[in-house]
Design a protein around this ligand. Structure first.
Ligand SMILES: NC(=O)C1=CN([C@@H]2O[C@H](COP(=O)(O)OP(=O)(O)OC[C@H]3O[C@@H](n4cnc5c(N)ncnc54)[C@H](OP(=O)(O)O)[C@@H]3O)[C@@H](O)[C@H]2O)C=CC1
Ligand SMILES: O=C(O)CCC(=O)C(=O)O
Length: 445
């Protein structure tokens, strides 16, 4: 058994129930296996054994009172996985499916994603099994306050800087920031994704979606093509999906689908800017369902289905993990889909990734393609530390540059390890090398 296989087997034996974490771990370890041939010092220094175990996991009770006066209790998490490259950084997810396995997979992925950004950011992630859907603003506020009362003990501008993820947008970040400020009596950049007036950065709301399209454009340009004129299937209809659509429209592409957990809509003429604005109001203010788009604009709604069966040249999974499986990959390949860029974290199953790459589809893994969000959070932290704000164009220019650098680092690592065009392998290796070197440099701690 090789070194990598023995570390993997040990984790599998210790945490057999952590399905999503093991899925993420297996993918990364499989990709980085060739690196250990060139770098025996990683094995000698026990880098992998240290990297697969989080530095710290905090699990806590979150009691709150609903509008009817009943006491509710949820579970809160923060997985502080690795701080070798900087303070822990990663979002908070509020969704009923949240559990330790999902927190660990997201936090583990964040280590390599943050490394790829080139910024000084460690990897962390957190959240709760609280479901904001159907809750009033006051209920969400009371939940956020209780969550932050406990979390505030473990975070800080030099320690751990949370942000948003599924179910955590500007409203939740506001309530979390307010409570952090009160508990710690400090106004610092300890959360990112803040509103502009109180410390946020221009482009942070747009950054993950814009970055995913920039990354897709880089992959296409590398193959002598462009996103312009391409029909694009997009899943989700939240933050990442909305701004993926906006950038696709800016670059002359034709987005044709959106989805939520109820199903997807297909608008074969292309979702226009006006219709996208309507979706933003539906989702961000009225908190409605995507089915209402079909009712409003007279297009087809497919309940309980995912959008990968429609004719498309490009696919942007922007909802959640494991939302694109082997069958879906087969459909995309048979329609001639050229590029899959992941706005979401681990949306594509392991078998589907294998099939896409084998079929020559340009596959941009989330840790590279959706790194624009956390990178712009890093830019928000820089602006907070300097007590100034950059213009929209300045931040967007930096985001564009960071995405280009991630593409280059990823493509170069893939070439170097004899797998040209395999951006999955390239992203895992390029992300891992920096973290591994930092772990060795800093001694056994
Ligand atoms: N926000 C960010 O900056 C970043 C986000 N990501 C990733 O992007 C993805 C989307 O996040 P974001 O847009 O912020 O979250 P939002 O909460 O804004 O939107 C999530 C969207 O995904 C859908 N969704 C969630 N869970 C499921 C499910 N189990 N099945 C089908 N659809 C589902 C939601 O539908 P419904 O409303 O019905 O639940 C909603 O349309 C996540 O994977 C996240 O980790 C990655 C990098 C940064
Ligand atoms: O902006 C951030 O810090 C976190 C973004 C995030 O959670 C992610 O990249 O998955």
């Amino acid at each position: 058994m090789s070194y990598v296989e023995s570390v993997l087997a040990d984790v599998q034996q210790r945490y057999p129930e952590q399905r999503e974490f093991l899925q993420a771990l297996e993918t990364v370890l499989h990709s980085i296996t060739p690196v250990f041939g060139d770098h025996p010092e990683y094995q000698e220094g026990g880098v992998l054994e240290r990297l697969v175990e989080p530095e710290r996991i905090i699990i806590f009770r979150v009691p709150w009172v609903d509008d009817a006066g009943n006491v509710q209790v949820n579970r809160g998490f923060r997985v502080q996985f690795c701080s070798a490259l900087g303070p822990y950084k990663g979002g908070l997810r509020f969704h009923p499916t949240v559990n330790l396995s999902i927190m660990k997979f997201l936090s583990f992925e964040q280590i390599f994603k943050n490394s790829l950004t080139g910024l000084q950011l460690g990897g962390g992630k957190g959240g709760s099994d609280f479901d904001p859907k159907g809750k009033t603003d006051n209920e969400v506020m009371r939940f956020c306050q209780s969550f932050m009362t406990e979390l505030s003990r473990y975070i800080g501008p030099q320690t751990d800087i949370p942000a948003g993820d599924i179910g955590v947008g500007a409203r939740e970040i506001g309530y979390l920031f307010g409570q952090y400020r009160k508990m710690r009596n400090e106004f610092t950049g300890t959360l990112t994704g803040k509103r502009l007036d109180w410390g946020g950065s221009l482009v942070r709301p747009e950054a993950t979606g814009y970055g995913a399209v920039y990354f897709a454009e880089e992959m296409l340009q590398g193959a002598g093509e462009s996103i312009e004129g391409k029909a694009c299937a997009v899943s989700g209809s939240g933050n990442v999906a909305q701004f993926t659509l906006q950038k696709l429209l800016d670059l002359g592409a034709k987005p044709v689908t959106l989805s939520d957990s109820g199903g997807f809509i297909y608008d074969p003429q292309g979702i226009s800017r006006e219709r996208l604005e309507w979706v933003m109001e539906l989702k961000n203010e009225k908190r409605g369902r995507i089915k209402e788009y079909a009712d409003e604009f007279g297009v087809e709604y497919y309940p309980g289905q995912r959008p990968w069966s429609v004719p498309c040249d490009a696919a942007f999974p922007c909802a959640t993990q494991n939302e694109l499986d082997k069958d879906d990959a087969g459909k995309l390949i048979s329609q001639g889909c050229k590029v899959v860029a992941e706005g979401a974290n681990m949306p594509t199953s392991t078998e589907a990734i294998r099939d896409l790459i084998a079929a020559g589809v340009l596959y941009g893994p989330g840790k590279a393609a959706n790194a624009g969000g956390v990178a712009t959070s890093g830019l928000e932290m820089s602006q907070n530390a300097m007590h100034l704000s950059w213009s929209f164009d300045e931040v967007d220019k930096r985001l564009r540059e960071i995405m280009r650098n991630i593409y280059r680092a990823t493509a170069e690592a893939a070439d170097r390890y004899n797998a040209p065009g395999n951006f999955e392998l390239g992203a895992n290796i390029a992300g891992f090398r920096k973290v591994a070197d930092a772990i060795l440099d800093q001694g056994v701690i």
